[in-house]
Design a protein. Structure first.
Length: 232
């Protein structure tokens, strides 16, 4: 009986949620250019991690990535808030995929200038049709056409996380940790859009790597003596 109870406890611990649940940001709910770190905290609670950096001339591309080349060197301070949640109690996008949700928020001088999220929960998956994405061409595609084909982007960035003040970067991003196939996979589509809604550049990337080996448990088994029941 004790063994059954111990096995149930271990199984429950493996299914326990990690982090605090939250709703992914969208282009409508994320107030780019207005929201502050305090606004995001008030809505979603404390992030899983936070970092800030500042120097006279910020090379932002080194810190948050830039698929379209060099970003403007601007003075100021940057803050990044990172949120993460996982729970096996909810359905994932596919068997073997660990259901999880994450979001990065980037603030320049205290104002939101970009976000990127990902989800492998079935309820709000960020999966997208990469075959359809490859059909779009720069200067021949409108922002509205991309959204109609792929759904709302899971990330948006504005200046200075774009090369120019009149540009936005839309991102479709999906990440999966697949224990069934032993892979971690990601697919990303970035679209650079100008002020009149024309897509001026596109970048697509996909990646698949073997899962890292499980770490050796940092504990040693301790034998426990259970005396036999006394005869009455």
């Amino acid at each position: 009986m004790r063994r059954v109870a111990l096995a149930a406890l271990i199984a429950f611990a493996g299914c326990a949620p990690v982090g605090r649940d939250f709703i992914r940001p969208t282009p409508v709910t994320a107030e780019l250019g207005k929201a502050t770190p305090q606004d995001v905290r008030a809505r979603f609670g404390e992030p899983r991690s936070e970092r800030s950096w500042a120097r006279g001339d910020l090379e932002l591309a080194k810190e948050v990535g830039s698929p379209f080349g060099a970003l403007p060197r601007v003075p100021g301070s940057m803050t990044e808030l990172y949120y993460y949640f996982s729970s096996r109690a909810a359905p994932a996008t596919a068997p073997g995929v660990e259901p999880s949700r994450s979001a990065h928020y980037w603030f320049w001088n205290g104002r939101l200038v970009g976000f990127r999220s990902s989800s492998s929960f079935k309820s709000d998956s960020t999966d997208f049709d990469s075959a359809r994405a490859s059909a779009f061409k720069p200067w021949q595609t409108l922002r509205a056409e991309l959204i109609a084909a792929l759904g709302e982007p899971s990330g948006v960035r504005i200046y200075p996380l774009t090369p120019g003040e009149d540009l936005q970067m839309l991102t479709w991003f999906n990440f999966e940790w697949d224990t069934a196939q032993g892979q971690q996979r990601s697919r990303t589509l970035h679209a650079l859009v100008n002020g009149i809604g024309v897509v001026v550049d596109l970048r697509f990337a996909s990646d698949a790597k073997p899962l890292p080996p499980s770490p050796t448990p940092a504990y040693a088994p301790v034998p426990i003596y259970i005396p036999p029941a006394r005869k009455k």
